[in-house]
Design a protein around this ligand. Sequence first.
Ligand SMILES: Nc1ncnc2c1ncn2[C@@H]1O[C@H](COP(=O)(O)OP(=O)(O)O)[C@@H](O)[C@H]1O
Ligand SMILES: [Mg+2]
Length: 260
Amino acid sequence: MLPIIDIHRATIYRGDTCVFSDFSFILREGEHAAILGPNGAGKSTLLKLLSGEVHPMPLDETRMRLFGEECWNVWDVRKRIGIVSHDLQRDYLIGAEGLNVVLSGFYASNDTYEHQEFGQAQIMRVHDVMRELGIESLAGRRFGHLSTGEQRRFLLGRAVVHDPSVLVLDEPTSGLDVKACFQYLDLLRAQIQKGKTVLLVTHHLHEIPPEIERVILLKEGKILTDGSKSALLTDDQISTLFGRRIVLAQANGWYQTLPG
Ligand SMILES: Nc1ncnc2c1ncn2[C@@H]1O[C@H](COP(=O)(O)OP(=O)(O)O)[C@@H](O)[C@H]1O
Ligand SMILES: [Mg+2]
């Protein structure tokens, strides 16, 4: 299968902090994966690398290919990857109307603007997406007046409206109550059923849907292990990852952490 994301020997700084040193990672089409790691592991930085907000150091050994292309243009990539991050939710313009939040996905912008042009097909697509995500009745509501869960669903709509092949999500259900969390995971699973490749970065095991088979344990910018969920989601591996004793509970392909 075609590697969608191919990061080879990247070194990445945020300010004075070296978050990744000689970091490599490959994700292939159709290979759903969860990058699991404690706070500060580098999960959000990795997301920003994919969205073009941070860049690797220009070292000789470093190579980064997205969708098989070396010289990728940020705007082309944003068309092919749908990203839902917490930074986006925090920074999104609170005055934007719901419908426009979804519409803004066509330009990967944080509201819609006068110079942007939208066709009838795009408006119809926005309505289809809102219906699919159960947010059509909120189309006229301003972003700042939506609940956290509703905002998250609008941002998912924004991420999928242009039908990218890959969805990348940062802790998709944090801040949501149990019902909103499970509703959101259902929506995510529906995207997987539709053929999207999903990459999740998170420290919550409970938000890894059964369809995600590959997990990458990330700590302090280093991949500890990378493999199948059944092999890696064990009490010992997760205790090592988070640096304290943890026991895992498991039901129907879902996992939960408990204090050990
Ligand atoms: N803007 C920044 N300036 C300096 N250091 C940063 C910045 N953003 C993140 N870091 C540091 O980079 C490391 C990784 O952060 P981050 O990618 O946000 O981790 P995670 O999402 O896994 O919690 C942390 O040590 C964090 O303090
Ligand atoms: Mg983070």
